[in-house]
Design a protein around this ligand. Structure first.
Ligand code: 3BY
Ligand code: FES
Ligand code: FE
Length: 417
């Protein structure tokens, strides 16, 4: 029997029906995966880490994205640098995966030696005509936005990163993320396509059924609801929450804390949305009882009642609260494998066992991430079944998924697919 000829990616993109999830091939084909890496992880700005990943001069950490490998480091002058993990002699990787402390970058192959700035200072036996100044390690374009490191691997990065910078520097300033400390980190590898990880994060339709721990502190109403399908009591509660949102947002803004939703979700732009969310129950933090986990508040914060500054992009989601922050980066590993790296941040002087209990700090998002990981794997399995047909998004609770799928298709087309 002849092998079936694969349809071009462009046909899959054309087959996507408005308001519906994507055709199966877009979640599973290796050629689509390579195209995704090129468009969304090379040509767009992506979130890759934090200044506080490398708190001291000489600290370095490696971040792999597809066939690219980046070194995030702090140089001798305490400046953040992002360099390609590629030697300028014959291309050897300079550093292995993980974190290290360095005084110089020495290539393991022939010992070319670089300053932490990337400057080549030692290249034996290269002769008189050799100019080391032409062989610095290639820098990566990056921005530190409130201490969050965004990179773009293209020579022509979208300019509107300025908007993200303007909006988020102000919102993040009181939290002083640059000088916070990573109290805990987890890597979860989800058995699903990266778009399913992001889609899953952009709705809370599944929260009531899957996230008992998160639901103590998380109010999903801003994700929309269908008034027709709610009973009288639930409708009254929903309307009360909407009223509360309007009231709290206005009050926070009047006190000088930008809180209203700001989003940029269309066009050849850095895809992001931010809003200060109300924390439910005790109202302080995403912990098992919604009270603060850390008694030393973030940065210069003096209040625990400033909700949760939520920020998400196409490979990240973050929650900045009075006592701690949770920041998540998503990196595709294969068509059906995705790395979800979560970091819990506290004030740099907060001491475990004294100022916070690590279990209370981390348990909600550890549980939520494990639950989401199972949901993503189930979606991937169902989508790989030949019986799968793209299904309708709820226009009340899944509007952000429709936005994402639409943006995805438009961006693929804009980049020639
Ligand atoms: O909080 C988040 O990051 C997302 C939004 C709604 C569901 N999910 C938990
Ligand atoms: Fe790095 Fe030769 S490849 S020194
Ligand atoms: Fe979830």
């Amino acid at each position: 029997m002849l092998d079936q000829v694969q349809s071009p990616i462009s046909l899959l993109l054309r087959q996507r029906a408005e308001g519906h999830s994507l055709p199966a091939g877009l979640y599973m084909r290796p050629d689509v995966f390579e195209a995704d890496l090129d468009v969304f992880f090379r040509k767009h700005w992506i979130y890759v880490g934090l200044e506080c990943d490398v708190p001291e001069p000489g600290d370095a950490t490696v971040i792999d994205i597809g066939s690219s490998s980046l070194i995030l480091l702090r140089d001798d002058d305490s400046q953040i640098r992002v360099l390609h993990n590629v030697c300028r002699h014959r291309g050897s990787r300079l550093l292995d995966a993980g974190s290290s402390v360095l005084s110089k970058l020495v290539c393991p192959y022939h010992q070319w030696t670089y300053e932490l700035s990337g400057e080549l200072i030692h290249a034996p036996h290269m002769g008189k005509g050799f100019d080391p100044t032409c062989h610095s390690i290639r820098p990566v374009q990056f921005r530190s936005i409130g201490g969050l490191i965004y990179v773009c691997l293209s020579d022509n990065p979208p300019k509107d990163i300025d908007t993200l910078e303007r909006v988020m520097e102000e919102r993040l300033a009181p939290y002083d993320i640059r000088n916070s400390r990573i109290a805990h980190q987890t890597d979860v590898i989800e058995d699903g396509n990266w778009k399913l990880t992001i889609e899953n994060n952009r709705e809370c339709y599944h929260c009531a059924g899957s996230h008992p721990e998160l639901c103590v502190s998380f109010i999903d109403l801003d994700f929309g609801y269908d008034p027709e399908s709610l009973g009288e009591d639930d409708r009254a509660e929903a309307e009360e929450h909407q009223r509360l949102y309007a009231e709290r947002t206005a009050a926070w803004e009047a006190e000088g804390y930008p809180s209203a939703a700001f989003e940029q979700l269309a066009g050849n732009a850095t895809n992001f949305r931010t809003q200060r969310l109300i924390i439910a129950g005790a109202g302080e933090s995403q912990t098992p009882d919604a009270t603060a986990a850390c008694s030393k508040l973030m940065g210069a914060m003096t209040r625990k009642d400033l909700g949760d500054v939520h920020l998400w992009g196409h490979n990240a989601w973050n929650h900045f609260m009075g006592d701690h922050a949770v920041t998540v980066m998503v990196i595709p590993l294969a068509p059906n494998r995705t790395l979800v790296r979560t970091k819990w941040l506290v004030h740099k002087d907060a001491v475990e066992g004294v100022d916070y209990d690590i279990e209370k700090l981390t348990s909600v998002w550890i549980a939520t991430t494990d639950q989401d990981s199972l949901l993503v794997a189930r979606s991937q399995q169902g989508i790989e079944d030949p019986a799968y047909l793209p299904g309708p998004y709820s226009r009340f609770t899944e509007g952000q998924l429709d936005n994402f799928a639409t943006w995805y298709v438009e961006q693929m087309r804009a980049h020639g697919y």
